[in-house]
Design a protein around this ligand. Structure first.
Ligand code: NAP
Length: 286
């Protein structure tokens, strides 16, 4: 029988664990993990993500600061804010919601975040550490995927993991993290030839492409595990993944739904990274 990997339930459990640890830290050291969430402009999707992140901080007892900046904010104003947050002792994590308005250089802005507070895991020094296998604050979506697999007792070591998509925020860091878990990893992208053939060899197939129904049943090996990272809008405006869920479902051993799979894990990992950053900055070992 196919198992549905319930990211909503697993993330709830993780958030509860973080809340308990945050309470213990508060009792012992009298401080709260602090996250600053910076939103620039009025993109509706970004506004929803940021609202959820701030609400989650509240729920689990983190300190949080919200900065809503105008779409026209100047680069030097944003950098000044980041400098202040970098130096602010009550803030342990800084998140700048992406995408940024076109006049701002994403790479340059992300580099201004103190790597110790880089809870999104997008700073070049975090990415270099990921390459070396020494990163403490790993990018949230790939970290959430590894956590989903582990908490669902799905063996990664020795398995062939095929990742569809090579973005800097999902595909590439996930490949490095799976490699660290001793998987054999293949990455596919838009120029890959015979993508269906390669996908069919996967024990664990992860799709992070951003195209509804891209992964069809004939691309999936019998009894494989399928992780759907995609977040797309269907013709009737429903949130759907990259996988043709209905037809793939009966063929596989386990699968993540959309919504309720990888999505909720991303926020949970952001909170986990914020707590981790706070402990590292405060030099607290647990
Ligand atoms: P992205 O930066 O647009 O990257 C998409 C990747 O897919 C690229 O590497 C691209 O290849 C590849 N691709 C596109 N069309 C392809 C095709 N026909 N065949 C093979 N490869 C193809 O996207 P992203 O930021 O990684 O996000 C991917 C999806 O995950 C989106 O739906 C996004 O909304 C979702 N997402 C979800 C979460 C979550 O928390 N659930 C988090 C992040 C992203 P090239 O490199 O060759 O162009």
């Amino acid at each position: 029988m196919t198992e549905i990997i319930n990211g909503k339930e697993i993330s709830k459990k993780i958030l509860y664990e973080i809340k308990v640890e945050a309470e213990q830290l508060y009792e012992k050291y009298e401080f709260k993990a602090g996250l600053a969430v910076v939103l620039i402009g009025n993109d509706p999707a970004s506004q929803i993500y940021v609202k959820n992140k701030r609400a989650t901080c509240e729920k689990i007892g983190f300190y949080s600061e919200a900065y809503d900046l105008s779409e026209e904010v100047k680069e030097n104003e944003l950098i000044k804010l980041l400098d202040e947050l970098n130096a602010e002792p009550s803030i342990h994590g800084i998140l700048v919601q992406l995408p940024l308005p076109k006049h701002l250089d994403e790479r340059k802005i992300l580099e201004y975040i103190n790597p110790q507070k880089d809870v999104d895991g997008f700073h070049p020094s975090t990415q270099a550490k990921l390459f070396l296998g020494t990163a403490k604050l790993e990018p949230c979506t790939p970290k959430g995927i590894i956590e989903l697999l582990k908490r669902s007792n799905i063996q990664i070591e020795g398995k062939h993991c095929v990742i569809l998509g090579r973005s800097n925020i999902v595909g590439k860091p996930l490949a490095l993290m799976l490699l660290k878990e001793n998987a054999t990893v293949t990455i596919c992208h838009s120029k890959t030839e015979n993508i269906a053939e390669i996908a069919r060899t996967a024990d664990i197939l992860i799709s992070a492409i951003g195209k509804a129904n891209f992964v069809t049943a004939d691309m999936v090996k019998e009894n494989a595990v399928v992780i759907d990272v995609g977040m797309n809008r269907s013709l009737d405006n429903k949130l759907v993944g990259d996988v043709d869920y209905q037809n793939v479902f009966p063929k596989v051993r386990a699968i993540t739904p959309v919504p309720g799979g990888v999505g909720p894990m991303t926020i949970a990992m952001l909170m986990k990274n914020t707590l981790e950053a706070a402990k590292l900055i405060k030099k607290i070992k647990t």
